[in-house]
Design a protein. Structure first.
Length: 401
C-alpha cells in the first residue's frame, strides 16, 4: 500500500500521472513562482495587507462581469470576461485604499480593512442575487472564493504559465528600481525616479498574480502565495537577489508539491493544501534557518552562555576560588581540570580568560560608547574584536602600577 502511494506520488511529481494532473501541477508551480517573485517586493515595501484587500476586492468584479456576460448572451461563464472584471474591481479597490489613505485621516490599515470588508461583502451579496436568477453557470462562481485547481484546463495552465513568466520578467527588468523603492523610496524620489508609477507597477504585478491565482487557490488564499514564500525566504538570507530567487523557489515548490498532494488526496481542496505546504516551508524556515531560525538562535544563545560560564569559572580557578556543579563537570570533560586543579591546558585557557576579562572591563570603563554591536564582551576574545593598537593601549592602562 505504501509503495503504491509512493509510486503514484512520484509519477505525479514527475508529470507522468496523466495529462490533466501534469497540467494542474505545472500551472500551480508557475503561479507559486510568480507569487514568490512579486511578493518579495510587496513584503519589503510593507504592502502585505494591501494585497489582501486587493484579493478580496476582486469578488464583486467577478459577479458584475458574470451579469454583463449574461446580459450580452455569452454562453455560461466566460473566463476571460470574469478575470477582466476581477482586474477592474481589484484596481478600483486598490485606488480606493490609496485615496482613503491620502485624502482622509484614516491610516492605511484602517483603509485596507474598510475596503476589504465592504468589497467582499458586496461580492457576497451579488453572488446571492445571482444564485436566485434563472441563469446557467452561476453555481461555479463560488469556486473563485476557494479555488478549483483540479478543474484547470490546458489553456488556463498555459495562460498561467505565460502570465507568471511575464510577471517574473517584469521584476527582472525593474529589479534596480524596485530595490530602491523597497528600501529607500525617499532617496528614489530625490533622485527624480517616478516613485508613484513604480508603486503602481508593483501593485499591478500583484494584481496580475492575484487574478491568475483565482482559479487555482481562490481569492481568499491567493494572498498566501504572495506573502508566505518571501516571508519564509527572509529567514535564510539578507541579500535581495538571493531573497528573490529563494522566494520564487519556495513558491514554485509550494505549488508543485501542494498540487501533487491534493491529487493523492482528492477529497481535500487543492488550494488549501497548496497554502498549507507553503506554511510548512515557512515553519521549517522559522525553526531551522541557520541565520534567523529559532533553533539556531537557541543554540547560539546556549553556546554563548556556556562559553561565558566556562571563562568565568576558569578565571575563578586561577584566583583560587573553587568551582562546583555542572560547570566543574564541563571543565573536566574539556580537560581543563583534574582532581579540582587546573591542568596545563586549563591554566593556559584560564590565563587567557582572565586577561580578556581584565581588558574588557578596562575597555567598558574607558570607552563604553565604542563597544562594537557584534561583540559579546566577556565571551569573545578581545583580540578578535578590537584592533591591535587598541588592545595594546588597554594592556598598558590595565597593567599593575
Amino acid at each position: 500500500m505504501i509503495d503504491s502511494v509512493f509510486d503514484e506520488a512520484l509519477r505525479i511529481l514527475t508529470f507522468q500521472s496523466g495529462f490533466n494532473s501534469a497540467v494542474v501541477v505545472a500551472g500551480t508551480a508557475a503561479l507559486g513562482l510568480a507569487g514568490g517573485t512579486v511578493g518579495t517586493f510587496l513584503l519589503l515595501r510593507r504592502r502585505a495587507l494591501v494585497s489582501d484587500a486587493l484579493s478580496h476586492a476582486t469578488l464583486p468584479g467577478i459577479a458584475i462581469a458574470f451579469l454583463v456576460g449574461a446580459a450580452l448572451g455569452l454562453p455560461e461563464r466566460s473566463l476571460p470576461l470574469l478575470l477582466a472584471g476581477a482586474v477592474a474591481s481589484g484596481v478600483v479597490g486598490l485606488l480606493t485604499v490609496q485615496a482613503l489613505s491620502r485624502f482622509t485621516r484614516l491610516t492605511e490599515d484602517s483603509a485596507i480593512g474598510a475596503v476589504l470588508s465592504v468589497f467582499f461583502g458586496l461580492g457576497v451579496v451579488l453572488l446571492s442575487v445571482i444564485q436566485n436568477l434563472e441563469l446557467g453557470g452561476q453555481a461555479g462562481l463560488k469556486t473563485f472564493i476557494l479555488g478549483q485547481t483540479a478543474a484547470m484546463a490546458q489553456g488556463e495552465a498555459i495562460a498561467i504559465g505565460l502570465l507568471a513568466a511575464g510577471a517574473a520578467l517584469a521584476v527582472a527588468l525593474l529589479f534596480k528600481e524596485l530595490r530602491v523603492l523597497a528600501f529607500d523610496p525617499g532617496f528614489a524620489a530625490v533622485q527624480g525616479w517616478p516613485v508613484g508609477a513604480l508603486d503602481l507597477a508593483l501593485m499591478g504585478l500583484a494584481t496580475l498574480v492575484t487574478v491568475i491565482g483565482l482559479q487555482t487557490v481562490g481569492l481568499i488564499l491567493v494572498v498566501a502565495l504572495l506573502i508566505i514564500p518571501p516571508a519564509a525566504a527572509r529567514f535564510w538570507t539578507d541579500r535581495l537577489p538571493a531573497l528573490t530567487v529563494a522566494a520564487a523557489v519556495i513558491g514554485a515548490l509550494s505549488g508543485w508539491l501542494g498540487a501533487a498532494l491534493s491529487a493523492l488526496l482528492p477529497k481535500l481542496p487543492a488550494g488549501a493544501v497548496i497554502v498549507l505546504v507553503a506554511g510548512g516551508f515557512f515553519l521549517l524556515s522559522f525553526l531551522f534557518a541557520p541565520a534567523r531560525g529559532l533553533v539556531a538562535a537557541a543554540l547560539r544563545q546556549g553556546r554563548l552562555r556556556l562559553t561565558f560560564a566556562e571563562r568565568r569559572a576558569l578565571a575563578d580557578l586561577l584566583d583560587g576560588r573553587p568551582v562546583e556543579g555542572s560547570v566543574a563537570l564541563w571543565l573536566r570533560l574539556r580537560g581543563y581540570i583534574r582532581d579540582g586543579a587546573l591542568t596545563p591546558a586549563g591554566q593556559t585557557a584560564a590565563r587567557a580568560a582572565a586577561r580578556d576579562r581584565r581588558l574588557w572591563e578596562r575597555f567598558l570603563a574607558d570607552y563604553p560608547a565604542l563597544l562594537p554591536a557584534h561583540a559579546n564582551w566577556g565571551v569573545d576574545p578581545i583580540d578578535s574584536v578590537l584592533p591591535g593598537d587598541m588592545v595594546r593601549l588597554l594592556e598598558e592602562r590595565s597593567a599593575p602600577s
